[in-house]
Every structure is written in C-alpha cells, then in structure tokens.
Design a protein around this ligand. Structure first.
Ligand code: NCD
Length: 353
C-alpha cells in the first residue's frame, strides 16, 4: 500500500495484517520505540481537528519519529493563493509521510498524484475518513471478537458524515454485515454510498427511528450532525438534536451492544451513558492511535519516489459537485471511475452528468 486515501482501496488481508500489527504494538509498545526513528511526518490540516491530529502526532512520537505541520491554514502560503499541488510537492520534499485533512472532497486523492511520499487521508470534506475506520474496526474486533455477521446501526448525519461512508466501505469486506441506516430523510447516505451498498449486495434498512431498531443492534455508531457542512442553516436547525442516546433508550439494547462514536460529540449521547459498560467511544479513540502507529510504521518507512508519475493536466472540471477538489484546483485531470455501473468522479465519488 503506497497511500491510504479510501478504505475501499485496502484488501481485507491488508487490513487484517495492519490490525495484527496494531495489536502487537498495543501489547508490546516497548518493541516499537524506534520503528520510525529518523522519520518525519507532515501534518497538513486545513480543517479543525483535535483527536485525529493528536492521535497521529502521538502515534508518530511513540514510534520514535518526529512531526511538523499546521492546523491553521491561515498561517500558510495557501492564504497567499498557493495551489494544493505546489504545497504537496514542497511538503513531500521535507517529510517521509504526509497526513492531510481538508474541507474539499477528493483532496487527498489529488495530493497523492503529486506526492513523493505516502499520503494519508485524515478526512476530506464530507467524503471519507479511512483512519477513523481503522479505529472503529480495531475497537469492534478487539471488543466483540469479530466483525462478520454483525448488525450495525449508523445513526445521525449519514449524508455529511465521512466516518460513516468509510465505515460502510470497510464493512463491505466482511461477511453478512447488516446495516440499519438511522437518519432523517434529508440526511440519508449520499447516492454514491447507496449505489455502493447495492453494488456490493450489502443488506440495509433505512429508518428514521432509533428506538425502533435498537434491540436488534450489535453496534450502534452515533454521529454528530455535521453543522459545518450545511449550506442552508435552516436545514441544520431542523435536524440538530434529532437523536439523543440516553440510558433509558439503552435499556432495550443488547447487553453486549457497543456504543461507538468517532467524537467529538455534541449532544447525541447523554453524558450518563459514559458509565454504561457498553460505551466504547473513548476506547475506540485509543485503539485508533495504535492502528495509526501500525499504518505509519509501514508507510513512513517506504522509499521515497524521486519523481512522481506525470499527470495529465485538466482544462476544466468534469465533476459538478461544488465541494469537489476539482472545482477548486482546475489543473486536476478529469478522472472517472464506475460505482454501481455509473460514471463517477474518481476524486469525490459524485455521479457525473
Ligand atoms: C470525525 C470527523 O472529523 O469526521 N471526527 C474524528 O475525526 N474523530 C467526526 C466528526 O467530526 O463528527
């Protein structure tokens, strides 16, 4: 694996080997103190982050590596109008691995075209967040002992929640996972995720009521309504606070069900749920650090490319998604891929035409 842009690019065998490595690191951290000695991670965050940024930094420091970066793009040359391509060309000249978060969908994929070192997608707009999925899968596997055959409820903002999209991509690699997609109708999964579920014959039920399905779930994955992604503030006002998991609602859930959340939470899990043994979200965050250590120990030690392959220069974006990176960076090539038999933008997955 050269980059981690979309969890769908990873095979199940690759994930299982990463998970085994994460468990070895978790159980014997002292053996990995020098796994990235002399290596440097660039942390390029164009969007707010606490957990992911700290988790990556902690992961690299625990492996003996070092970190530089920014979490405030206002202090960088992007504010002067520098292109993503130029920023990545420069940063990948200084670092051994680049971890990147942006508000643009498909930006990490775009960066990977120009980087001399591995690029890790730490969240690209409302699109994907594959390393959060590594945290999620590590937690499920460690705490429930398996992923195959589980009933998974995804609850909240399924339209804009990138963690949800990546988790669905990942769960396609397992057998007989059944989904309950719990959201208001206007926050249902985007078309490309629906097409993905159908193409992969993944059974899913779309519902608006959490209470109606909670007794059937092995995992309940709560998410925040993604305020920053709403174009229409009234749409946010209509949907905020729509799901709140309380101790009372948990009474009807299975005794071993996991309550998960990528965090940060706003109000979708009541604070008194934290003391229920089923609450797994803080452990989930810690497993994420070990999973990122496993990932970085592989990627940061790859040989750097002296030259990146030549990339055709685009003349105009083919994608109409206003949040797609091709709208902001006009030189990107018009890459196309098929999802469920439909032509989609290879950066942001939106259907074309
Ligand atoms: C998530 C994100 O940034 O997408 N947070 C995280 O990385 N743990 C979830 C969110 O912001 O709601």
């Amino acid at each position: 694996m050269r980059h981690l842009i979309d969890f769908g690019d990873m095979s199940r065998a690759e994930w299982e080997s990463l998970y085994s490595q994460a468990v070895r690191i978790m159980d014997h951290p002292e053996q990995y103190l020098d796994a990235c000695r002399g290596k440097v991670m660039a942390s390029v965050f164009y969007e707010p982050s606490t957990r992911t940024n700290f988790s990556f930094q902690a992961a690299m420091l625990r492996l003996g590596g070092t970190v530089f970066g920014f979490a405030d793009p206002g202090s960088t040359s992007t504010a002067k109008g520098e292109s993503l391509k130029d920023t990545i060309k420069m940063v990948s000249g200084y670092a051994d691995v680049v971890v990147m978060r942006t508000p643009w969908e498909g930006a990490a994929k775009a960066a990977s075209l120009y980087s001399n070192v591995p690029v890790v997608n730490a969240g690209d707009g409302g699109h994907m967040h594959p390393t959060q999925t590594m945290a999620d899968l590590a937690a499920i596997t460690r705490l429930l002992g398996r992923v195959d055959g589980l009933s998974v409820g995804l609850c909240g903002d399924l339209k804009n929640g990138r963690t949800v999209h990546s988790l669905i991509k990942a769960l396609a690699k397992f057998e007989q996972v059944r989904f309950f997609l719990i959201s208001p109708q206007e926050l249902a999964v985007p078309g490309y995720m629906r097409a993905f579920l159908e193409e992969n014959h993944m059974p899913f039920t779309q519902v608006t009521s959490l209470e109606a399905v909670i007794p059937q779930l092995d995992v309940l994955y709560m998410t925040r309504i993604q305020k920053e992604r709403f174009v229409d503030p009234l749409e946010y006002e209509r949907n905020k606070g729509v799901y709140v998991l309380t101790r009372r609602k948990l009474e009807r859930a299975k005794e071993k069900m996991l309550v998960m959340h990528p965090l940060p939470r706003v109000d979708e899990i009541a604070v008194d749920v934290d003391d229920d043994p089923r609450a797994a979200y803080f452990q989930q965050a810690r497993y994420g650090m070990f999973a990122r250590m496993a990932l970085l120990s592989g990627l940061a030690n790859q040989p750097r490319l002296d030259r990146t392959p030549a990339v055709e220069i685009g003349t105009k974006p083919v994608c109409l998604n206003p949040r797609c990176i091709t709208q902001a960076q006009a030189y990107l090539p018009p890459l196309v891929k098929k999802v469920g038999g439909v032509d989609c933008c290879a950066f942001c997955d939106a259907a074309l035409g």
